[in-house]
Unconditional design. Structure first.
Length: 275
């Protein structure tokens, strides 16, 4: 059983949803990322989503675009990202790590080499934003051969037939994008998310995470009874950006915010709808 599958099974048994914070690797500098990852786990994160910085992150809004720019300016490469994962693993062998990014850097690195090195570093899943399921089979099979979970996005406009196709290619969990637009673009409609999750669960038994538009503890708490995972990115990256020149304050602010998310999510036991 993969680390992701084991974590979701553990949380389901406990009646809890996973808290999945996103940060961009190397923002504001490569030396800040492992301390941030450790702080996130201490604050209650169950899975970590680590962005691979890219110069043209088309699915991301200004907040994460700027984080990518800061990380690249600080010299962060894909090799750096994998080194960060290896360093984190020296003190934590349990928390699943999902890399999120775009195909271009992986292609430049070499797809097979990237998958082999990611597995060796301790990565658990890879979400390639710009890889459609129709073209993903070679990469998905390569990832699975190295015990890595290929993770895919589902949009509010995704049809039932396409949901089925995406879920057949995926493992670990599927990521429901809760609004139309880029990361951090707007506040989400929880009632609409409830309806869409029911449609997704009719097509798959994989856990379903919800992200894009989760800005505060109140929203995370409202989603927790519905989703298997609540994914929060821009709101955390904003806090990193605001305190990037004061590392101690940055860690404190991020820890306080993520602890608040976790507390809000735990107030109401998760009662997921099943297919």
């Amino acid at each position: 059983m993969s680390r992701l599958a084991a974590k979701f099974a553990e949380l389901k048994q406990a009646g809890r949803s996973a808290l999945v914070p996103y940060i961009t690797a190397g923002d504001p500098g490569p030396d800040a990322t492992v301390p941030l990852m450790r702080a996130l786990v201490q604050a209650g994160a169950n899975v970590l989503e680590l962005g691979m910085p890219f110069s043209d992150p088309t699915a991301d809004g200004p907040v994460i675009q700027q984080a990518c720019e800061r990380a690249l300016a600080a010299g962060t490469t894909l090799q750096t990202v994998l080194s960060i994962v290896r360093e984190f693993r020296t003190g934590n062998s349990e928390t699943p790590i999902v890399l999120m990014g775009y195909l271009n850097p992986m292609h430049a690195y070499g797809i097979e080499r990237f998958v082999e090195d990611a597995a060796a570093a301790g990565v658990d899943g890879v979400l390639t934003v710009d890889m459609p399921p129709e073209e993903a089979n070679p990469l998905a099979e390569l990832l699975k051969a190295h015990q890595l979970d290929p993770i895919f996005l589902l949009a509010p406009t995704t049809t039932g037939q396409r949901i089925r196709r995406v879920c057949e290619a995926a493992s670990g969990f599927v990521y429901y994008v809760s609004l139309k637009g880029v990361t951090g673009a707007a506040s989400l409609d929880v009632d609409s998310v409830r309806e869409r999750l029911a449609a997704i669960r009719a097509q798959t038994r994989l856990p379903v995470g919800v992200g894009f538009g989760v800005r505060d503890a109140e929203t995370a708490g409202r989603l927790a009874p519905l989703a298997d995972a609540v994914i929060v990115g821009s709101a955390i990256v904003n806090r990193i950006a605001a305190q990037r020149d004061n590392r101690e304050r940055m860690l404190s602010d991020v820890t306080e915010f993520v602890s608040g998310l976790r507390k809000s999510m735990d107030r109401v036991p998760a009662t997921k709808q099943t297919a």
